[in-house]
Design a protein around this ligand. Structure first.
Ligand code: F6P
Length: 541
C-alpha cells in the first residue's frame, strides 16, 4: 500500500495549524465555551466508557485526526490484517492475533488453511488438559495431584500470563499456587521453587521459538530440579511446553504430545490468548478463559466495524499520535485504579514499546517524526503519592490514561468510593488545576503562591467499566492492541517485528564464554566493554 509521507499528508498539515491555534488555549476555556463537551467527547463499546473530553482537542482536532487516519489508510490496513495479509513486512508474516478469539464455527482462510479451525483444535486440547490439572486427574510422578503451576517464559511468554493471572486472581483456583519465572537471574527460579515440592509441581515451558536463552536456561534448571528429586522419568508428568517449534521442544526432552502449539502469525506480545495463556486457563478454568476470548472478540469487532470517529482504539491511538508528534510528549502514563491490574502497565510496555519503537517506515525510509511513546504506570492511588507530583506541576506534558471501575470484587467499607473518587479528582486536577487567584483567595502567603499554583491543562483519558471480569480484561487488552495498531499505521511503521532486541542477544552470547573461561580470555571489544569484563572476572573470582 503506497502511502504519502506523513508530513505531506493534507490532514497532517491542517493538524499543524490546529496545534498552533490550540497552543494558547486552556482546558478551562474549552469547557467554559462548550459546557456539554464532557458528555459529547465520549465513546462507549464492549462495556468500556471512554471520556476523552479532557484532552487538548476541539471537535475540529478530532475531525482532522480522523482525516489523518483515513488518509493514512487505517481502514485498509485494518482490513488487510483481518484478512490475513502479510502486513508484518520485514518478517513476511500475517498478523492474526484476532483469529485467536474468533468464535468456533467461523472460518478464516490464510495461505490455504482455516486458521480458526486450528485455533479451536488447540483450545480444545488446552481445555482438556486444564480440566485434568484442575480436577486432580493429572497426577505427578508419585501419584499426587498437581498443586503448583510454574510458567517459565520471558517477554510475551511471561508478561501476558503473569498480568492475566494477577488481574484474574479473584477467579482463580485458590487451592493452587501459580508462579512465573522469567529472569535468567537464578534468584527468580530459586525463590519461585524454594517452598514447593517437585512432585506437586508442573512446569509450563512457554516460548514461541523455544530458542530464547533465558527460558531454556530456566527450563534446564527446572528439569534438573524435578529430576534431582523424582528422577529423569518424572519429566513427562511435570513438564508441558507451549511453542511454535515442535522440533526444539522434542530436542529439549518434552514429549510433543504434551505440547500446545501456536503459529508464526501470533506475535509474542500478542499471544496471551493463544496457548501461551495455558497457565491462565489452568488458573481461572476454561469457561472463564472463553469469556476472556469473547471480550477480546467484542473489541475486535468494534474496531473492525465502528466508524473511526466513534472507535475507542482508534480514538486512543490518534490521541497518542497527536501528543507525540505535535506536543513532543515523550511518554504516556497508564494508571489502573484496581490493584488486580498492577502488572497491566508492565504488560503494556512490551505491547506498545516493542511494537512501535521503530525509526524506519514500512518501505525502509527514516521517519522524520516521533513514533512510539514510553509507556509506564502504577496502580492508583499508590502512584499519586509518588510520581504524580511531576505530572501535576513538572515541566513535561504527560498524557495519562486513568482506568476505573464501578464495582470492586472485594467490597470493604467505603474503600471503593474513596479509590474511585481519586480517578475523577485526578482527571479534574490535571485538567483544571488551580489558578493564582484561587490560591491567593485561600489566604496563601504571597511567597508560597507560585508554588501552589497548578497550571492544569494536562490531558487525560478516563476509562470506566463496571467490574473487572475475564471478559473485560480481554476487552481492555484488545483496546490497547488496536490503539497500537492505529498508531503504527499512521506512522507507517512495522508494529509487528522487533529486530532491535536481536543485537543485544547476539552480543551476550559472545560474552558468556568470556565470563566463564578459566583462562584470561583475549578480549577484542571496545575499551569500555573489555574493562568491564575484566572487572567482572576479578569480582567473581
Ligand atoms: O526478546 C524479545 C522477544 O523476542 C519477544 O518479542 C518475545 O515475546 C520474547 O522475546 C520471548 O520469545 P519466545 O517466546 O520465543 O521465547
Amino acid at each position: 500500500m503506497a502511502v504519502t509521507p506523513l508530513r505531506e499528508r493534507k490532514a497532517w498539515q491542517a493538524l499543524q495549524q490546529q496545534h498552533g491555534q490550540l497552543a494558547g488555549r486552556h482546558l478551562r476555556e474549552l469547557f467554559a465555551e462548550d459546557p456539554q463537551r464532557g458528555e459529547r467527547l465520549v465513546a462507549e463499546a464492549a462495556g468500556l466508557y471512554l471520556d476523552y473530553s479532557k484532552n487538548l482537542v476541539t471537535d475540529e482536532t478530532m475531525r482532522l485526526l480522523v482525516e489523518l487516519a483515513t488518509e493514512s489508510g487505517l481502514a485498509e490496513h485494518r482490513d488487510a490484517m483481518f484478512a490475513g495479509q502479510h502486513i508484518n513486512v520485514s518478517e513476511d508474516r500475517a498478523v492474526l492475533h484476532v483469529a485467536l478469539r474468533m468464535p468456533a464455527g467461523t472460518s478464516l482462510m490464510v495461505d490455504g488453511e482455516d486458521v480458526v479451525a486450528q485455533v479451536h483444535e488447540v483450545l480444545g486440547r488446552m481445555r482438556e488438559f486444564a480440566g485434568r490439572v484442575r480436577s486432580g486427574d493429572w497426577k505427578g510422578q508419585t501419584g499426587k495431584r498437581i498443586r503448583n503451576v510454574i510458567n517459565v517464559g520471558i517477554g510475551g511468554s511471561d508478561l501476558g500470563p503473569v498480568m492475566a493471572y494477577e488481574a484474574l486472581r479473584y477467579y482463580s483456583d485458590r487451592d493452587m499456587t501459580f508462579r512465573f519465572v522469567s529472569n535468567v537471574d537464578s534468584t527468580d527460579f530459586v525463590e519461585a521453587t524454594r517452598d514447593l515440592a517437585a512432585d506437586e509441581t508442573l512446569f509450563i515451558i512457554s516460548s514461541k521459538t523455544f530458542g530464547t536463552l533465558e527460558t531454556l536456561t530456566n527450563a534446564t534448571s527446572a528439569r534438573a530440579w524435578v529430576a534431582g528429586q523424582l528422577g529423569e522419568e518424572a519429566v513427562a508428568k511435570h513438564f508441558v511446553a507451549v511453542s511454535t517449534n515442535a522440533e526444539r521442544v522434542a530436542e529439549f526432552g518434552i514429549d510433543t504430545a504434551n505440547m500446545f502449539g501456536f503459529w508464526d502469525w501470533v506475535g509474542g506480545r500478542y499471544s496471551m490468548d493463544s496457548a501461551i495463556g495455558l497457565s491462565t486457563m489452568v488458573a481461572i478454568g476454561p469457561d472463564n478463559f472463553d469469556e476472556m476470548l469473547a471480550g477480546f472478540h467484542e473489541m475486535d469487532e468494534h474496531f473492525r466495524t465502528a466508524p473511526l470517529a466513534a472507535n475507542l482504539p482508534v480514538l486512543m491511538g490518534m490521541l497518542c499520535v497527536w501528543y507525540g508528534c505535535f506536543f513532543d510528549a515523550q511518554t504516556v502514563g497508564v494508571m489502573p485504579y484496581d490493584q488486580y491490574l498492577k502488572r497491566f502497565p508492565a504488560y503494556l510496555q512490551q505491547l506498545t514499546m516493542e511494537s512501535n519503537g521503530k525509526h524506519v517506515t514500512l518501505s525502509g525510509g527514516q521517519v522524520d517524526y516521533q513514533t512510539g511513546a514510553v509507556f509506564w504506570g502504577e496502580p492508583g492511588t499508590n502512584g499519586q503519592h509518588s510520581f504524580y507530583q511531576l505530572i501535576h506541576q513538572g515541566t513535561k506534558l504527560i498524557p495519562v490514561d486513568l482506568i476505573g471501575f464501578g464495582k470492586t470484587l472485594n467490597p470493604l467499607r467505603d474503600h471503593h468510593d474513596i479509590l474511585s473518587s481519586n480517578v475523577f479528582a485526578q482527571a479534574q486536577a490535571l485538567a483544571f488545576g488551580k489558578t493564582e487567584a484561587e490560591v491567593r483567595a485561600e489566604g496563601t502567603p504571597e511567597n508560597v503562591v507560585p508554588h501552589r499554583v497548578m497550571q492544569g491543562n494536562r490531558p487525560t483519558n478516563v476509562l470506566l467499566a463496571e467490574v473487572l471480569t475475564p471478559r473485560l480484561l480481554g476487552t481492555l487488552v484488545a483496546l490497547y492492541e488496536h490503539s497500537v495498531f492505529t498508531q503504527g499505521v499512521i506512522w507507517d511503521i512495522d508494529s509487528f517485528d522487533q529486530w532491535g532486541v536481536e543485537l543485544g542477544k547476539v552480543l551476550a552470547k559472545q560474552i558468556v564464554p568470556e565470563l566463564e573461561s578459566k583462562q584470561e580470555p583475549a578480549l577484542a571489544h571496545d575499551s569500555s566493554t573489555n574493562a568491564l569484563i575484566r572487572r567482572y572476572r576479578s569480582l567473581k573470582n
